[in-house]
Design a binder for this molecule. Structure first.
Ligand SMILES: [Zn+2]
Length: 200
């Protein structure tokens, strides 16, 4: 992907995530694959609602940043997904309130509405691990083929062919979590209906 265009779309995506309350203050990090060798990722410790295209940082698949600015603390987690999923074109990590609340009480279900089944499928949850560690990056990379992954007491990661798809999956995941918080304990769609939707 053209770097100038990628910078613009990445900054737009960060602002949309922030405006939709999917992540707050400096929380979360977002990236897009430029080619086989490089990704573009958000800088460390900056508010996601106020990032400009020129703030984004090019990092090699080996983890080496070009330039002096410090890339996201979770760069290793993003690289782990790209390295293990050749179809991954973008990765979004946020700290959505309802998703985090549910990881502390149980799990996020995605079988409450047809969109949950169609857009997300089964979403694995990894246990709590210190942010920015190789331990967390490896645990997430093990689920690199999933559309979304939940991080206990921390947040969520979505993977997409592009930033729009990764954004849509994050928005849908938090919608499902919010719905679950509203209805409390309830039944999901019947198994036969879930299978039917999966086959579509
Ligand atoms: Zn985080």
């Amino acid at each position: 992907m053209n770097e100038a265009y990628a910078r613009m779309v990445l900054a737009d995506t960060c602002r949309m995530l922030y405006d939709r309350n999917l992540t707050v203050s400096a929380g979360g990090n977002m990236s897009v694959r430029l080619d086989d060798e490089y990704i573009l990722i958000t800088p460390s410790g900056r508010n996601k609602g106020a990032l400009a295209p020129e703030d984004m940082i090019v990092v090699s698949m080996d983890g080496e940043a070009l330039g002096d600015a410090k890339p996201s603390i979770e760069t290793g987690m993003h690289l782990g997904i790209y390295g293990n999923n050749p179809d991954a074109g973008a990765v979004v990590h946020c700290h959505p309130l309802n998703c985090i609340a549910l990881t502390m009480k149980g799990r996020v279900r995605t079988d409450l509405t047809p969109e949950g089944v169609l857009l997300l499928g089964d979403v694995p949850t990894v246990g709590y691990m210190t942010p920015g560690t190789k331990e967390l990056a490896d645990a997430v990379a093990a689920h690199a083929a999933s559309k979304a992954i939940l991080l206990t007491r921390h947040g969520a990661v979505t993977v997409g062919r592009d930033l729009q798809q990764a954004f849509d999956r994050m928005e849908e995941l938090e919608f499902q979590a919010r719905l679950q918080m509203l209805v409390g304990r309830c039944r999901g769609l019947p198994k036969a209906e879930v299978e039917k939707l999966r086959g579509m």
